[in-house]
Design a protein around this ligand. Structure first.
Ligand code: ADE
Length: 226
């Protein structure tokens, strides 16, 4: 998979790339690229944003700067480019990211993530260049970079070669394998701590009973039970 992140702060991703599952995915042939909006501004001081028409607080990312950045990367009109790749604008009011959307994005051969400023993309960016508007939650971050990292992290975990154990992303919280329910509880050594014990069934070595117990726990959690 080929992921491009458009951002004001490409250096923030240096840390992200050093994380093991990300490094594994890159070593397995997946690619992460970065485009700095500032490198594509023709304005003085390499300005990328401006005050909103109609007044109000905050700055808005400019449509001309984003167009120039997309054109430089893909060598054609971004309106045409969005026919051949998923271009996601990260914005607090977008479609909420969940496991289904993550799986959908992870199945794409190419993905572009556009970070914005606070809440602010010029709406024409979302309307004409993006295929999707995605939110990681109904709160406002200072920019879309952390949201882009969250999307990348969740997507990359699903790629073959990213996790040590091939199955570990299959039967996890909210996955189809668990019917969209949260995962069952986990325990490890010691089997007793301050008198708090581990459910007996998990120590039984009885795989069928363990499977049933986990499925039941997952169902209960999904139903809003304990
Ligand atoms: N940019 C700022 N806040 C955001 C959020 N909650 N989700 C996605 N992008 C954002």
């Amino acid at each position: 998979m080929d992921i491009d992140v458009f951002t004001l702060f490409p250096e923030w991703f240096d840390w992200f790339e050093r994380q093991r599952h990300v490094a594994n995915a890159l070593a397995a042939g997946h690619a992460l690229g970065y485009v700095s909006y500032r490198d594509h501004s023709a304005l003085s001081g390499r300005q990328v944003d401006d005050t909103p028409f109609g007044g109000g607080a905050g700055m808005v990312l400019r449509v001309d700067v984003v167009e120039a950045a997309l054109r430089a990367r893909y060598g054609r009109d971004p309106v045409a480019e969005r026919e051949s790749r998923r271009i996601v604008a990260l914005t607090p009011g977008g479609r909420l990211l969940d496991d289904k959307l993550v799986s959908e994005l992870a199945a794409e051969p190419r993905l572009t993530l556009l970070s914005g400023r606070y809440e602010g993309f010029d709406e024409r960016i979302v309307e004409h260049f993006a295929t999707d508007a995605v939110s990681i939650g109904r709160y406002v971050l200072a920019g879309g970079e952390l949201a882009a990292m969250v999307v990348c992290d969740a997507v990359i975990r699903k790629l073959p070669g990213a996790l040590g154990h091939e199955d570990s992303a299959v039967e996890e919280s909210f996955s189809a394998a668990l019917g969209g329910a949260p995962e069952y509880p986990h325990y490890t050594r010691p089997a007793e701590h301050r008198g708090w014990t581990v459910p007996e069934v998990l120590l039984s070595g009885h795989h069928e009973r363990i499977r049933e117990w986990r499925a039941e726990q997952s169902r209960r959690r999904g139903a809003g039970g304990d």
